[in-house]
Design a protein around this ligand. Structure first.
Ligand SMILES: [Zn+2]
Ligand SMILES: [Zn+2]
Ligand SMILES: [Zn+2]
Length: 80
């Protein structure tokens, strides 16, 4: 199954800021979201996987600083 790779920067204040989201393909021919999804006529609804696997968080860097919001003095609550 394909999934979304969520890349974060983890700041020293504890906030994680999403840098990018990219779809990672499982390359399977029986996955409707795959880059290798079969192109021949087939029973796509019946044969192919359509769900995405859970998002995968990935911390791409740990900047040695506070995030913009904290740096500029505002206060936000994390959603989770
Ligand atoms: Zn897939
Ligand atoms: Zn299909
Ligand atoms: Zn922050």
């Amino acid at each position: 199954m394909c999934f979304l790779l969520i890349s974060y920067e983890q700041f020293t204040c504890g906030h994680q800021v999403v840098v990018k989201r990219q779809k990672v393909s499982c390359t399977k021919s029986n996955c409707a979201r795959s880059s290798h999804h079969r192109t021949d006529p087939h029973d796509c609804l019946g044969e192919c996987v359509r769900e995405m696997a859970p998002d995968r968080p990935f911390v791409q860097s740990w900047p040695d600083q506070h995030c913009d919001v904290c740096y500029y003095g505002a206060f936000i609550k994390l959603d989770e």
